[in-house]
Design a binder for this molecule. Structure first.
Ligand code: SAH
Ligand code: DHB
Ligand code: MG
Length: 224
């Protein structure tokens, strides 16, 4: 038996082998991202399926994503939407957005998903100011230093009973380091402090191990 990260990777392979059907569009999206030199930092396949299940369980018709990359997590979530459902994904990098749009079109999701380019904080504030219709589920997966701000904005773009998921909140345990100067670690610690003091949310976090190492996600429910 392998140990540590090799074991986690092998178990992810076991899970995917049993529970995830091979999928040409998802594999093509990963391949296109890799070919374009994008970093392999999308969610793992079994995490993508978790997002897919959360969208379905929430009965979501409108999903907001922050951090598109090549659109891998986007495809997983968009495929759980009912007919007429919509996903808006915010991405700062125009090159990433172009690759994602191609991948989404190849997955048959061009009409379902809109990728908006710009710094997410600006895009979110513009959406709030223009009275964007509320979202049923928000997936935050962009720069980690702004996650508390993204959750705060998400409260203005969702409603009671709706769901907020935040990726990468453990990062190999680095979240424990209160003296870290790393902007992502500091941002993640600020996220936890914000969540602890935010009465409009009921939140937890779950650690994960797998193909993407030791990390974790926040799951939060917006209260009435
Ligand atoms: N959700 C994707 C992975 C996203 S990786 C998946 O699982 O498949 C993080 C993405 O966030 C990158 O594409 C990066 O360009 C983008 N990003 C970083 N800072 C951002 C910002 N300020 N606003 C919007 N997107 C940002
Ligand atoms: C990074 C970002 C992610 O969203 C992720 O899942 C893993 C790594 C990163 O910026 O390094
Ligand atoms: Mg992530």
């Amino acid at each position: 038996m392998p140990e540590g990260p090799e074991l986690w990777q092998a178990v992810d392979g076991f899970i995917a082998g049993h529970l995830l059907a091979p999928d040409a569009a998802l594999e093509a999206a990963l391949g296109a991202g890799e070919a374009a030199g994008l970093p392999p930092i999308g969610v793992a396949p079994n995490q993508g399926k978790l997002l897919h299940l959360l969208v379905a369980l929430a009965g979501a018709r409108r999903v907001l994503e922050v951090g598109t990359l090549a659109g891998y997590s986007t495809i997983w979530m968009a495929r759980a939407l009912p007919p007429g459902g919509r996903l808006v994904s915010l991405e700062v990098d125009d090159g990433h957005a172009r690759i994602a749009r191609d991948n989404l079109a190849a997955a048959g999701l061009a009409e379902t998903v809109e990728v908006r380019v710009g710094p997410a904080l600006e895009s979110l504030d513009a959406m709030i100011a223009s009275g964007e219709a509320p979202f049923d589920l928000v997936f935050l997966d962009a720069d980690k230093e702004h996650n508390a701000d993204y959750v705060e904005r998400s409260l203005l773009l969702t409603g009671p009973g709706r769901v907020i998921v935040v990726d990468n909140v453990v990062r190999g345990g680095a979240v424990l380091d209160g003296s870290s100067t790393d902007a992502a670690v500091r941002g993640t610690r600020r996220l936890f402090e914000y969540l602890a003091g935010e009465p409009r949310l009921s939140a937890t976090a779950v650690q994960t191990v797998g193909a993407k190492g030791h990390d974790g996600f926040v799951l939060a429910r917006v209260l009435g």
